[in-house]
Design a protein around this ligand. Structure first.
Ligand SMILES: Nc1nc2c(ncn2[C@@H]2O[C@H](COP(=O)(O)OP(=O)(O)O)[C@@H](O)[C@H]2O)c(=O)[nH]1
Ligand SMILES: [Mg+2]
Ligand SMILES: [Zn+2]
Ligand SMILES: [Zn+2]
Length: 1562
C-alpha cells in the first residue's frame, strides 16, 4: 500500500518516535554526545530505538547499519511448535512483525526528513563512504512533492581514475555534485517483476565485491511495504580505479533509481528523464496511463534517451501487446529494448545491461552535474534544499572573489596579514628570548631587553593592522545569533576554499612532479614551501580570527565584535567546531585567544568543565583523523595532502548517564596535522616544529593514541623518537601518560597473536629510543620504555583492519574497521573509568598546563623549564602539611624531654644512679623518636596515596621528603641527647650546691637548737632573742664561701684546640693566651685568607677578599646572636654549647670553602670563640651568683629567725610556714615550669598563622613588607644578612603577636593554671602513701607528706630539698592543719602570680625561654640555608635534605655586591637569564676557568635554576635595583649598574604583582 498522504508520514514517524523532530529538527551536534548508547552499542529492543541505532552505526561508518531495522523476534520459534494452523500463524506473525520492523528505505527517508541540513550532509557523506546509494530527490510523504538534495550531497568528495589518464597515474578528485558525469536513470512501471535494485547492484559490482548499494527486496526488511519511500530517487556513483579488468565502467557514471511506479511520481520521472543521459524503464507490460505518460515524452529526444527493460513472463514467448504498442509509438530502435527471457538469469542479464551502458558511454557528449540540475528542478516545480543558504553563499563568494584576482600567497598577505611573517617572527623571538642562542658577548639582560623591544615593535605593528575586507566580512557574517546562518556560511566557505585550493594544488603538484623527475633537490624544498604558502583553508580564516583577538588592544575602545569573538568561538566549540590550539606553521600558541575562548566556555557551562583529553598522534596521512571521526562521529578534515600544521581540539559533551561514572563533563579530542609529513619534511624547521607539537599535545593529554602504520617505517621511526622524548619529559614532570598504540591496516582475528613479533620490534625500537632520549634529557637511569610509562605489550596495542573493503574508490568501508574502532573506544573509556582519579582538571588547570608546557617547550630544557602553579601549589600544600607534622614531632619530643629533665633533676642523691638514669632516658627517647619517625613516615606515605592534591606532580620530591624525615629524626636525636647530657651536668652542679647548702643548714640548725635550749631557760624578750640570733648567725656564716668559678676561657680554648686538632694550626693557637682577648675588634678578611690557587688576576683577589669579608661579617653576626640566645636563658654553661657552636660554624662555611684557606676559618673561629667566651663567662657568673650559698643563706635568715623566735615562744605559725613553703619552694618551681612550657605554648599558638604556613608564603610576606616599607637599609640587611634579618623579623613578629590581645599573658596564665591545678591535686593526694595507706594526722607525718607531694610532681616541677627543709624546720602542727594552710597559700600564690604575669616584659620573657619560638620558627622557614651560587638568593626548598635547591625569584647579581671588576659597575645580570643563555662564568668553584652558564649544573649539581616564568617575573628585583641603584653602589663602594632602559619603567605595583606571581599568591 503506497499511501501518499502526509498522515501516513506522520504515523510512520510516530511509530519510530521521530515526530518531534519533523521537519528538520534533528541536529548534528545533538548526536555528538558521549553517552551509554554511543559507547555500548546494544541491540535494539523497540522500534523507537531503530533510528538511533542506525545513526549511531552509520556514524561509525558501519556498512551493516541498515540491518538494525528489524527487531529480533525470538519467541516466534517457540510458537511454531505449539500452533496447529501454520498458515494462519504465518499471516499473523507477518503482520505482527510489520509492527516490529521497518523498511530501511523508509527509515532513511524518515531520517532525512527529520535531519537538519548539516546532519543530512553528514548522513549522505557517511552513507556514501559505506557505498550506499544516497537520496537525490527526497519525497515529502506526498509523492509528487519532493526536494532536490543538492546541499545534502555537497560534502561528498570522491577520487577516481578514469581510464584515459590511468597511464599517467593521475587521478581526479572532486565534490561529486560538481562532477560532469553521465547520468542514467532507472524507473519502473506498475507491472514489473524484475528487481530493479538488484540488477543495479549487479551492474555496479564487479569482481569480488558484491555490494548492496541499493536496498532490494531480498535484503532484511527490503520486502516490507514502503510507507514513505515511494517517490524517492536515490543515486549511486560508479567510479573507476583505472584498471580495465576490474572496472565496471571506464568512466565515472551516476545511476539513479526511482522508487515506486512512475505514474505515482510523475514529477520525479519527468525530472529524471530531462536530466538523464538515458532512462531505463523496467516493465513487464504497459498500462494505459503509463503508455500516455511515456508517449508524452515524445517532444524530447526519446529515441536516444529512453530504454525499455522488459521481463518476458513465463510461457508467453510473445512480446506483450502493450509493450509492442509503446515501442511502435515511441519509434524506439531495437537496441533500446532489452528483453530478459527465462533462459537468462538475473546475473547474466545484468552483465548484458552493463555492456549496453558501456557502449552508450563511449559516445556520450551531454553530461550534467548535479549542481546544474537545479534550474530544471525549479522549472518542474520541485523544491531544492539550498535556497535558504543563498545569503551566506553570497558572503562567502564575496570573500572568495579576492582569491581569484591574485595569487594565494599575495592574497594571504593582504587579507590574512596577522598570520604572516610578523607572527612567525614573533614566535621566533619568543623562542630566542628563552634560548638566548644569539646573545653573544653583550650582557644577557640588555639582549633580552632588545628582544623585548623588538617583540613589542612587532606586536604594535600587528595591533595596528587594519581589519582586512575579507576578514571583516568573515567576522561579521560569523557573528550572527542565528546558528544556522553561521553554519551555512562556514560550510560555503569550506566548499569554496577546498574547490579553489584543489585547483591550485593540482597545478603545483604537477609542477613539483616535473621537478622531481629532474632530480634537483633545492627547488623541491622551494616547491614545498610554495605548497605551504599556497594552501588556503577555513582554518586560515579561523586562525586569523584568533590572531585578530590576540592582537586587539585590550583598551576600552576595542570594537564590540572583536571583544565578542571569544564568546563566539566558545559557542562554536560547544557546537562541535574545532579550535586551533597550536599554530604548527609558526609554532606558536595565541595564548590570550585560546585562554579567553576556553574560559568563556568554562563560564558558559557554569564551571562544570572536567576534562578528559584524548590525543591522536602519528605520521601525516595515516588515518588519524579518520580514526577519530569513526570513534566519535566527529568531522575532522580528512584528505590526502593537507598542508597545514597544527593541533586542533574539539569538545564532546559527556551525557548525563555517563558523567558520574567517567567523572568528566567533556572529552577533548586533539587532532594533529602535519607531523612528519613527507611534503613538509623538507622544510628547515620541520623537525623542531614537529617536536614541539608532539610534546605539547602529549603533555596535555590524559590519553594519547599513537597511530602506527608500518607501511612508512622511516617516518614512523622519526615520529616514535619524537614521541618518546615527549613521554620522557612528561615522566619527569610527574604527569602520568597513558598511551595506546593503534596499528592500522592489520586485519584478521589472528592479528594480535601473529603480530607479537611486530610488537616486540616496536618495543625494541621504543627502548632504543628511550635510551637515546634519556641521554639527551640527562636522565641516564632510564633505560626502558617501561621506565617511562606503564606499557603493556598486550593491553596497549590495538589492531585495526584496513579502512576499505577492497580497492577504493568503489570499496565500501570495512565493517571490521568500524567494529575494531568501536571496540577500542569502548575499552579505552572503560580504562578511563577504572583509573579515574580525583585530580580531574577543569579548563583553568588545562590552560595552566598548556601555558607551562609551552614555556617548557620553548626553553627546550624540560625539567628546568617546567614550572607551573599546579606543581607549585601541590608542593606548597605538602610543605604546609609536612611542617605541621614536623612540629607535632618536635613538640612531642620536646614535652617528653621537659619531663625527663625534671625527673633527672628530681632524682635522689646517688650519683652513680644518675648516669644510669640518663642512659635509660636516652634509650627511651630514641625509641620515642623512632616511633614518631614511623608515624611521620606513614603520614607521608598516606599523603602520596591521596588521589587529590595533584600528588603525582610532586612524585619527584618524594624521596627528598622521606630523607627529610630521617634527617629530622637525626637532628632531634642529637639535640635530645645533648639536652639530656646537659640535664645530667645540671643535676650534678645543683647537687653540689645543695650539698653545700645542706652542710650550712645542718650547722645552722644545730646552732639554733642549741641556742634555743639556752634561751628557753632565760626567757628573753623578742628583741633580745633577735640579738642572740644575729650573733649566732654572724658566727656561723663567717666562713661560708661562694661556689667556685670555672676557668671558662681555658675550657673553651681547650675545646677549640681539640676541634682544630687535625689541622696544622698549632702556631696560630700558640699565640693565644686568653681567649677573652680574641674577637674584640672587627674581623678583617686578608689576602692570606684567600685560596690563591689559580687566582692570577688581581681583580679576582679583590673580589674574593670582599666576598670573604662579607661572609665573615655575616657569620660573626649570626653566631653572636646564637651565643646571646643561649646566654640569656639563665642556665649554667655547658661544654656542648661550644661544641654546637663550632659545628654550626663549619656548616655555615661549607659553601665557601673553596674560596678561603684554612687560616680564614681558624681566625674566624677564634674570633667568634672570643665573643662566646665573654658571653658564656658572664652567663656562668650570673648562674653562680644565683646559686651562691652565702646569698642563699641570707635569703633564709629571716625565716630562721622567725622560726627561732616562734620556737622560743612555743607558738607555731604553721600558716606562715605554709606560706613560706609555697613562696620559697613552690613559687620558683612554678615560675620555672612556666618558662619551660611557654615556648611550646607560643609555638602552638603561632605556628598556625598563615605567615609560617610555608616557606614560600613567608618569603612573600617578608619581601612584600620590604617593598612597602621602602627602607633601603632593610633591603641591604635582607640581602646581605639574610639569617639575622629573618631571625629578628620573626622575633619581632612573635613579640607583636604576643602583645596583641595580651596573648602572652593569657598563655602564661593557661600554663599557670595547669601547674597550679596539678599542685592542688598533689596536695590533696599527699596524705596517701604509695601503698594506699593514709598518713596519720600528726606532726611526724609532715616530711612524708611533703615527700608525697614531691613524688606526685616528679615529672612536672623540681622543688629544692634544702629550701624545703629550711622552711619546714621544726614544724609543729599536724599534717591536716598544714595541708589546709598550704591550700590557702597556694591560692594566694596563684593570685599573686596572675597579677605578676600581667606586668611582665614580653621581650625579656621571650629571651629567657629555653625553647625559643623564634629559633624554632626560623628552622621552619629557613630551610637548608644554601644560597644561589650566582645571586645569593636563599634556597626555598622544603627542609634541609632535598635533591635540588631552588628559589622562586633570583635577583640581579649586583644586589649581592657583584660587580664588573674592570668598570667597577654593579652587575645587572639575572642568573635565570644567564643559565639559559650562551654566556660564561668563572669563580673559585670553577678554579677560575671559564665555564658556560648553561652547564652550571656541572659545578652546582644540586641547584635548580629555572628560567623566569614570564618576562615580568623578576620585576620585583629589577625594580629594587633601579630604585636603589646609586645607594647600593655607594654602600658597596662601586659604580651603579647599567640597567636596561626597559627596567626603568617598572612601577612599584608591577613589582608587587610579579612577587605575587612568583610566590603564587592570589
Ligand atoms: N587504505 C587506507 N586508507 C586509509 C585508512 N585510513 C585512512 N585512510 C585514508 O587516508 C587518507 C588520510 O586519512 P586522514 O585521516 O586524513 O589521515 P591523517 O592525516 O593521519 O589525519 C584519507 O583519504 C583516508 O580515507 C586505512 O586504514 N587504509
Ligand atoms: Mg588529519
Ligand atoms: Zn640566582
Ligand atoms: Zn636547599
Amino acid at each position: 500500500m503506497d499511501g501518499g498522504e502526509p498522515t501516513v508520514l506522520i504515523n510512520f514517524l510516530s511509530k519510530l518516535g521521530l515526530e518531534k523532530f519533523y521537519p528538520n529538527k534533528l541536529t548534528l551536534r545533538s548526536l555528538l554526545e558521549i553517552n551509554k548508547s554511543s559507547v555500548y552499542d546494544e541491540a535494539v529492543s523497540s522500534v523507537e530505538e531503530i533510528p538511533w541505532c542506525f545513526l549511531r552505526r552509520l556514524f561509525r561508518i558501519n556498512a551493516e547499519c541498515r540491518d538494525c531495522t528489524q527487531l529480533s523476534n525470538t519467541d516466534n520459534d517457540e510458537e511454531d511448535n505449539s500452533d496447529e494452523d501454520d498458515y494462519d500463524k504465518d499471516l499473523y506473525t507477518a503482520d505482527d512483525s510489520a509492527d516490529n520492523q521497518v523498511n530501511p528505505l523508509d527509515l532513511i527517508v524518515a531520517l532525512f526528513l527529520c535531519a537538519d541540513s548539516f546532519l543530512q550532509q553528514e548522513m549522505a557523506s557517511k552513507m556514501s563512504m559505506c557505498q550506499f546509494s544516497v537520496p537525490l530527490l527526497l519525497p515529502h510523504g506526498n509523492k509528487s512533492q519532493c526536494t532536490l538534495m543538492l546541499w545534502a550531497l555537497r560534502d561528498i568528495v570522491k577520487e577516481w581514475r578514469p581510464h584515459d589518464i590511468s597511464e599517467s597515474k593521475g587521478f581526479v578528485e572532486n565534490n561529486i555534485v560538481h562532477a560532469d558525469i553521465p547520468f542514467y536513470s532507472f524507473v519502473r512501471l506498475k507491472n514489473c517483476s524484475l528487481s530493479k535494485s538488484q540488477i543495479l547492484n549487479n551492474l555496479l559490482s564487479r569482481g569480488q565485491l558484491n555490494q548492496n548499494m541499493f536496498i532490494h527486496r531480498d535484503m532484511e526488511g527490503g520486502s516490507l511495504d514502503k510507507s514513505v519511500a515511494g517517490g524517492l530517487v536515490e543515486v549511486c556513483w560508479y567510479l573507476p580505479c583505472g584498471t580495465e579488468n576490474t572496472d565496471a565502467f571506464p568512466k565515472p557514471t551516476v545511476l539513479a533509481n526511482l522508487r515506486g511506479d512512475i505514474d505515482l511520481s510523475l514529477t520525479q520521472f519527468s525530472f529524471l528523464f530531462k536530466v538523464s543521459t538515458a532512462t531505463f524503464v523496467f516493465l513487464d507490460k504497459v498500462e494505459e496511463n503509463e503508455h500516455k505518460i511515456l508517449t508524452s515524452l515524445i517532444p524530447q529526444d526519446v529515441r536516444s534517451k529512453l530504454f525499455l527493460v522488459v521481463n518476458q513472463k513465463d510461457g508467453n514467448a510473445e512480446e506483450d501487446m502493450s509493450v509492442k504498442a509503446l515501442k511502435k509509438e515511441l519509434d524506439l530502435p531495437k537496441t533500446n529494448v532489452k528483453t530478459k527471457d527465462r533462459r537468462v538469469n538475473v546475473a547474466e542479464f545484468s552483465k548484458r545491461l552493463r555492456v549496453a551502458i558501456k557502449k552508450l558511454l563511449t559516445d556520450v557528449n551531454t553530461t550534467v552535474s548535479i549542481v546544474n540540475m537545479i534550474e530544471k528542478a525549479v522549472e518542474l516545480g520541485l523544491s531544492e534544499d539550498e535556497g535558504k543558504t543563498h545569503k551566506q553563499k553570497k558572503a562567502a563568494e564575496e570573500i572568495m572573489l579576492g582569491t581569484s584576482k591574485q595569487s594565494i600567497p599575495d592574497y594571504k598577505k593582504q587579507q590574512l596579514p596577522l598570520q604572516g611573517e610578523n607572527w612567525k617572527k614573533l614566535s621566533q623571538l619568543e623562542m630566542e628570548d628563552c634560548r638566548m642562542k644569539d646573545a653573544g658577548e653583550s650582557g644577557g639582560e640588555h639582549y633580552k631587553s632588545m628582544l623585548q623591544k623588538e617583540k613589542q615593535r612587532i606586536v604594535k605593528e600587528q595591533m595596528e593592522q587594519q581589519l582586512s575586507m575579507g576578514m571583516k566580512t568573515f567576522v561579521e557574517t560569523l557573528s550572527t545569533d542565528d546558528k544556522d546562518r553561521r553554519d551555512y556560511f562556514l560550510k560555503w566557505m569550506k566548499f569554496m576554499l577546498i574547490a579553489h585550493s584543489r585547483e591550485k594544488l593540482t597545478e603545483l603538484r604537477k609542477e613539483s612532479k616535473e621537478q622531481c623527475s629532474k632530480k634537483d633537490t633545492k627547488p623541491i624544498a622551494e616547491l614545498d614551501q610554495a605548497l605551504l604558502e599556497s594552501s588556503l583553508g577555513l582554518e586560515h580564516y579561523m586562525r586569523e580570527m584568533g590572531l585578530i583577538y590576540e592582537f586587539s588592544s585590550q583598551s576600552q575602545q576595542t570594537d564590540d565584535t572583536i571583544t565578542r569573538l571569544p564568546g563566539l568561538a566558545a559557542e562554536m566549540l560547544l557546537d562541535g567546531y574545532p579550535l586551533e590550539l597550536l599554530d604548527g606553521d609558526a609554532s606558536n600558541i595565541p595564548q590570550r585567544w585560546v585562554t579567553d575562548v576556553l574560559m568563556e566556555l568554562h563560564n558558559k557551562v557554569g564551571g562544570k568543565s572536567r576534562l578528559l583529553v584524548l590525543t591522536v598522534l602519528g605520521v601525516q596521512s595515516t588515518g588519524k583523523s579518520t580514526l577519530l571521526n569513526t570513534m566519535f562521529g566527529v568531522q575532522f578534515p580528512v584528505s590526502s595532502g593537507r598542508c597545514t600544521r597544527g593541533a586542533y581540539m574539539l569538545f564532546l559533551r559527556v551525557g548525563e548517564d555517563m558523567r558520574n561514572q567517567l567523572n568528566y563533563d567533556f572529552i577533548i579530542l586533539i587532532d594533529t596535522e602535519g607531523l612528519r609529513s613527507p611534503s613538509l619534511a623538507q622544510l628547515e624547521d620541520s623537525y623542531e616544529h614537529d617536536n614541539q607539537l608532539a610534546t605539547l599535545v602529549i603533555g596535555l593529554s590524559d590519553v594519547t593514541i599513537i597511530n602506527v602504520a608500518m607501511e612508512n617505517f622511516t617516518e614512523m621511526k622519526d615520529f616514535l623518537q619524537i614521541a618518546t622524548h615527549a613521554f620522557l619529559r612528561m615522566k619527569k614532570i610527574g604527569k602520568k601518560p597513558v598511551c595506546h598504540f593503534v596499528h592500522q591496516n592489520v586485519g584478521g582475528v589472528s592479528a594480535h597473536a601473529k603480530t607479537l613479533t611486530e610488537r616486540k620490534v616496536i618495543l625494541d625500537q621504543l627502548n632504543e629510543m628511550t635510551q637515546i632520549a634519556a641521554k639527551m634529557e640527562r636522565h641516564p637511569s632510564i633505560k626502558l620504555f617501561t621506565d617511562v610509562m606503564d606499557y603493556d605489550l598486550e593491553k596497549n596495542n590495538w589492531y585495526i583492519p584496513g579502512l576499505w573493503h577492497g580497492t577504493p574508490p568503489m570499496a565500501p568501508v570495512n565493517t571490521g574497521y568500524s567494529e575494531a574502532v568501536a571496540d577500542f573506544k569502548r575499552n579505552l573509556l572503560e580504562t578511563v573509568k577504572r583509573d579515574k582519579g580525583d585530580d580531574v582538571s577543569k579548563i583553568p588547570e588545562f590552560l595552566e598546563w598548556m601555558r607551562s608546557l609551552w614555556r617548557a617547550v620553548m626553553f627546550e630544557n624540560f625539567i628546568f623549564g617546567f614550572r607551573n602553579t599546579l606543581v607549585a601549589n601541590a608542593y606548597d600544600n605538602l610543605c604546609k602539611e609536612f611542617s605541621q607534622w614536623e612540629w607535632e614531632f618536635r613538640r612531642e619530643i620536646s614535652i617528653w624531654e621537659e619531663a625527663a629533665e625534671i625527673e633527672i633533676l628530681n632524682a635522689d642523691n646517688k650519683l652513680d644512679h644518675w648516669t644510669e638514669m640518663v642512659e635509660s632516658k636516652k634509650s627511651e627517647v630514641s625509641k620515642k623518636i623512632a616511633d614518631q619517625q614511623t608515624i611521620m613516615h606513614q603520614k607521608l606515605v598516606d599523603y602520596y596515596k591521596r588521589k587529590d592534591g595533584h600528588v603525582n606532580l610532586i612524585e619527584k620530591f618524594k624521596s627528598g621528603f622521606f630523607n627529610q624525615i630521617k634527617s629530622l629524626a637525626k637532628e632531634i636525636q642529637h639535640s635530645a641527647n645533648s639536652d639530656l647530657d646537659r640535664a645530667l651536668e645540671y643535676k650534678k652542679s645543683s647537687q653540689k650546691a645543695e650539698d653545700l647548702q645542706r652542710k650550712h643548714r645542718e650547722v645552722i640548725e644545730e646552732r639554733i637548737m642549741k641556742l634555743l635550749s639556752d634561751c628557753k631557760k632565760r626567757s628573753l624578750s623578742e628583741e633580745e632573742l633577735e640579738e642572740e640570733f644575729e650573733k649566732m648567725w654572724a658566727e656561723v656564716t663567717v666562713n661560708v664561701s661562694g661556689l667556685k668559678e670555672k676557668d671558662m676561657p681555658a675550657e673553651i680554648f681547650d675545646q677549640l684546640k681539640k676541634h682544630l686538632l687535625n689541622l696544622n694550626v698549632s702556631e696560630e693557637l700558640s699565640k693565644i693566651t686568653d681567649l677573652r682577648e680574641s674577637g674584640l675588634g672587627q674581623f678583617k678578611a686578608k689576602t692570606e685568607h684567600i685560596n690563591m690557587k689559580n687566582v692570577l688576576n688581581f681583580f679576582f683577589q679583590k673580589n674574593i677578599q670582599r666576598e670573604l669579608q662579607s661572609l665573615a661579617d655575616d657569620v660573626i653576626e649570626s653566631f653572636t646572636q646564637f651565643v646571646e640566645d643561649i646566654a640569656k636563658t639563665e642556665r649554667d654553661y655547658h661544654e656542648s654549647f661550644t661544641k654546637d657552636l663550632l659545628e654550626k660554624i663549619d656548616e655555615s662555611l661549607k659553601q665557601s670553602r673553596k674560596k678561603c684557606k684554612q687560616k680564614f676559618v681558624t681566625d674566624l673561629k677564634l674570633h667568634i670563640c672570643g665573643i662566646a667566651t665573654r658571653e658564656f663567662l658572664q652567663m656562668h657568673r650570673k648562674y653562680l651568683i644565683r646559686r651562691d650559698p652565702k646569698l642563699k643563706l641570707e635569703e633564709k635568715k629571716k625565716q630562721y629567725m622567725s622560726n627561732f623566735i616562734d620556737l622560743c615562744k612555743e607558738r607555731d605559725h604553721f600558716q606562715r610556714k605554709a606560706t613560706d613553703y609555697v613562696r620559697s619552694c613552690i613559687k620558683p618551681a612554678v615560675e620555672d615550669y612556666i618558662t619551660r612550657s611557654l615556648g611550646v605554648e607560643i609555638l602552638d599558638e603561632i605556628c598556625h598563622s598563615a605567615e609560617y604556613s610555608s616557606r614560600s608564603f613567608f618569603q612573600y610576606n617578608i619581601q612584600e613588607e620590604l617593598l612597602l616599607k621602602e627602607d633601603f637599609d632593610s633591603f641591604v640587611k635582607y640581602i646581605r644578612r639574610y639569617e639575622t634579618y629573618m631571625k629578628s623579623w620573626i622575633f619581632k613578629h612573635i613579640r607583636q603577636k604576643m602583645s596583641e590581645d595580651q596573648t602572652l599573658c593569657k598563655l602564661k596564665n593557661k600554663v599557670l593554671q595547669v601547674i597550679v591545678d596539678k599542685i592542688s591535686e598533689a596536695i590533696k593526694q599527699s596524705t596517701k602513701c604509695t601503698d594506699g595507706t593514709l598518713l596519720p594526722d600528726s606532726k611526724e607525718s609532715i616530711p612524708a607528706l611533703i615527700n608525697n607531694i614531691r613524688r606526685y610532681l616528679i615529672k612536672d616541677i623540681s622543688i629544692s630539698e634544702e629550701d624545703e627543709k629550711t622552711t619546714l624546720f621544726q614544724i609543729q602542727c599536724t599534717s591536716q592543719q598544714f595541708i589546709n594552710s598550704l591550700k590557702i597559700s597556694l591560692e594566694d600564690l596563684n593570685k599573686e602570680l596572675q597579677e605578676e604575669l600581667t606586668k611582665s616584659n614580653i621581650s625579656e620573657t621571650l629571651k629567657k625561654l629555653p625553647t625559643k619560638p623564634h629559633v624554632e620558627l626560623f628552622k621552619r622557614v629557613f630551610g637548608c640555608g644554601r644560597q644561589c651560587p650566582f645571586c645569593k638568593v636563599p634556597c626555598e626548598a622544603a627542609g634541609k635534605d632535598h635533591e635540588k635547591h631552588h628559589a622562586a625569584l633570583h635577583r640581579p647579581q649586583g644586589l649581592a655586591a657583584y660587580r664588573d671588576e674592570e668598570t667597577e659597575k654593579l652587575l645587572e645580570t639575572l642568573c635565570t637569564t644567564d643559565v639559559h643563555g650562551e654566556g660564561i662564568f668563572m669563580n673559585a668553584d670553577t678554579e677560575w676557568e671559564a665555564h658556560p652558564y648553561k652547564e652550571y649544573t656541572k659545578y652546582y649539581p644540586d641547584w635548580h635554576i629555572p628560567p623566569d616564568r614570564t618576562i615580568t617575573a623578576s620585576d620585583y628585583w629589577k625594580y629594587v635595583l633601579v630604585t636603589y641603584n646609586d645607594r647600593f653602589a655607594e654602600k658597596y663602594k662601586c659604580k651603579s649598574a647599567d640597567v636596561p632602559e626597559a627596567w626603568r619603567s617598572i612601577t612599584k605595583e608591577q613589582a608587587l604583582k610579579s612577587l605575587k606571581e612568583a610566590f603564587n599568591v592570589k
